[in-house]
Ligand binder design. Structure first.
Ligand SMILES: Nc1ncnc2c1ncn2[C@@H]1O[C@H](COP(=O)(O)OP(=O)(O)O)[C@@H](O)[C@H]1O
Ligand SMILES: [Mg+2]
Length: 295
């Protein structure tokens, strides 16, 4: 793609703040290119499926938004290559990438609205007071939030290193390992009881730094053959010191919008307890909860 193709794409991106479908005259006006040139560029963007078109005009596609973020990382000299998909997430895909220093890393896209958006909106309290948000805005907000949480936690808590963020995408450190869900701990040469308490200790550190994961389970913990682990996937993390603010702001909204840290922390711990039960760990939720909150 040529510089002018990117320019047209960026104009469409920016204009989506005001239009659901950006009219052709608007694109012509903002790019300062002539009509023939703009139509030619639009044809290229359409061929690559980076835009959608209707009789009203043009809009950015999810793929187009991905391309803009990816291009930004490349132009900034952060990444030099993109590899295979590591996973297809609930709300975005995760890829292997090569950083310019030859280190491998992970590129995670947040694509809200590709699946059912209302579901995503409900459990993400920080979006609750924003009405009429586009998937574009919501996806970027989610990536920004995940990056912010990782920046607050890394390297004190075992979470991926936050490397870079642009639009709805983030680049984070990579862990060579598998989801706890897909690993048989009995096949590893590790002390399972110690692993359990090591994970709880990370939850405790997170809590002391003011966060609750909010979606902790065997799907969001990666582990390698030596038993080293990493907690991932933070877009729904709950910032404890915001709890009262959120409660105030959301007081007039239905109960489901209210954030209850005890509820979310216990749910996280319950998931961990349930997973480790089959390995003979029989700790009580209340005991583990009190340990984490320091009572
Ligand atoms: N830092 C990482 N290192 C290695 N693999 C990762 C990393 N982050 C994510 N993955 C892989 O991608 C999958 C999806 O990522 P995750 O952050 O859990 O997003 P979501 O579950 O919301 O789609 C993970 O289950 C894991 O297999
Ligand atoms: Mg996950």
């Amino acid at each position: 793609m040529k510089e002018d193709d990117w320019r047209v794409l960026k104009i469409i991106e920016v204009s989506m703040r005001y239009y659901e479908w950006v009219p052709l005259p608007e694109i012509i006006k903002k790019t300062k290119l002539d009509k023939k040139e703009v139509l030619y560029r639009l044809k290229i963007l359409d061929k690559f499926k980076l835009i959608n078109r209707s009789s009203y005009g043009y809009r950015l596609s999810h793929k187009g938004y991905d391309a803009l973020a990816l291009n930004a990382f490349i132009k900034k000299g952060i990444i030099t290559a993109i590899g295979g998909k590591l996973g297809v997430g609930k709300e975005g895909d995760v890829y292997n990438v090569l950083l310019s220093n030859n280190r491998e890393a992970v590129l995670k896209f947040h694509n809200l609205g590709r699946t059912c958006f209302t579901r995503g909106k409900r459990y993400r309290s920080y979006l609750a007071d924003k009405r009429h948000i586009s998937w574009l805005y919501a996806s970027r907000l989610t990536a920004e939030k995940e990056f912010e949480v990782l920046s607050d936690l890394f390297p004190i808590v075992k979470v991926p290193e936050p490397i870079e963020q642009n639009r709805h995408a983030l680049i984070i450190g990579k862990m060579e390992g598998d989801e706890l869900k897909r690993v048989d701990l009995n096949q590893l040469d590790i002390d399972i009881n110690k692993l359990f308490w090591d994970i709880i200790d990370e939850v405790k550190k997170m809590y002391e730094l003011g966060y609750i994961h909010g979606d902790l389970s065997e799907f969001n913990i990666l582990i390698d053959e030596d038993g080293n682990f990493l907690i991932i996937d933070f877009p729904q993390a709950i910032k404890i010191k915001d709890e009262n603010d959120i409660k105030l702001k959301l007081d007039k909204l239905p109960g489901e919008f209210k954030v209850n840290t005890e509820y979310y922390l216990k749910r996280d711990l319950e998931n961990i307890l349930r997973y480790f039960k089959k390995y003979g760990i029989k700790e009580k939720l209340d005991v583990v909860y009190k340990y984490v909150v320091g009572k």
